[in-house]
Design a protein around this ligand. Structure first.
Ligand SMILES: Nc1ncnc2c1ncn2[C@@H]1O[C@H](COP(=O)(O)OP(=O)(O)OP(=O)(O)O)[C@@H](O)[C@H]1O
Length: 284
């Protein structure tokens, strides 16, 4: 401390006050750090993660604009920031409401907590095989199905509209879930890595005018979900037994099993080992 004081004295800075850190300050820092940690987890689990990355890009641009003195860009950024904050509150109103509701119910932190063990698992070739087997069988007997395979964009928001399952994936499980007149058959199943995360999930319908009139709400929901995420959304038509995949707002219809396998082999690769804060999760 004396050397720091000496440093400031040499700089001519007088009146150096030695900061005193007491127990309450320590507790204060710990609580704030814990809350920030939980909020980051929440951001990673919801659509907010994509928005968060967008905000980081804008902050990066602002930093570059400040360094290079790009005054017009700085002016635009400073004048749009207040509008941006209001827009974020409006867009994430459902998530904020949910978090406040959980806080009221005393489940705030459980809402934020992810299953770390699950995070360390990876989508395997076996998972793809099981999905293809189930889809093939359901198509043959015209059992309608809707399956989302999560990629980089977390599907926590959609998952919470359904019933949690959290079971290792198998073709039998998927076929059972979509069996007619059973409690779980309505709605969509969400697959996260090797597990069925939830069933009966409600997906947003696309409002695109370009979707063929012959397609009903199952297909419209698949396209809608693929517009708001990067998930692979598989649809088995109850009417025709045909298999389609929606991805990035585009519906690839009447796929053969080989075409489906080729598409699903492009899902998050097995064998990549990286720890990436930017990507938001650990892939193995
Ligand atoms: N928003 C939604 N989110 C999840 N699942 C949905 C949604 N809308 C409809 N579904 C599922 O789709 C079923 C209705 O499918 P519908 O017959 O309207 O669609 P379709 O596109 O014609 O498909 P199919 O060829 O299977 O008949 C519902 O019973 C439900 O399981």
């Amino acid at each position: 401390m004396e050397s720091i004081k000496g440093f400031f004295d040499n700089l001519g800075v007088t009146g150096f006050v030695r900061p005193s850190i007491g127990f309450s300050d320590f507790l204060d820092i710990l609580i704030v750090a814990y809350i920030i940690y939980k909020i980051i987890f929440w951001i990673k689990e919801t659509r907010a993660w994509v928005l968060f990355k967008g905000i980081l890009v804008i902050l990066g641009l602002a930093a570059i604009a400040t360094i290079l003195q790009l005054n017009t860009i700085l002016w635009i950024l400073s004048n749009t920031i207040s509008v941006g904050i209001i827009a974020v509150i409006v867009v994430f109103q459902p998530e904020l409401r949910k978090a406040l509701e959980q806080l009221g119910k005393g489940q705030f932190f459980s809402y934020f907590i992810r299953n770390e063990e699950e995070d360390n698992q990876k989508a395997s070739a076996r998972t793809v095989d099981e999905i293809i087997k189930a889809v093939d069988k359901m198509g043959a007997v015209r059992t309608g199905a809707l399956i989302l395979i999560e990629q980089e964009v977390p599907l926590g928001d959609l998952e919470r509209t359904g019933i949690p399952i959290d079971a290792v994936i198998s073709s039998q499980l998927l076929i059972n879930i979509f069996e007619h007149n059973t409690p779980l058959h309505d709605g969509a199943v969400i697959v996260r890595r090797n597990r069925v995360a939830a069933a009966t999930c409600f997906l947003p319908l696309t409002d695109s005018n370009e979707v063929s009139m012959e397609l009903g709400t199952r297909h419209r929901a698949a396209i809608g979900a693929s517009e708001v995420s990067d998930a692979y959304v598989i649809v088995v038509s109850e009417e025709t037994g045909s298999i389609s995949v929606a991805r990035g707002g585009v519906l690839y219809r009447d796929l053969t099993m080989e075409q489906l396998r080729t598409m699903l082999s492009q899902t998050k690769k097995v064998g990549k080992k990286k720890l990436s804060f930017w990507k938001g999760r650990q892939d193995k």
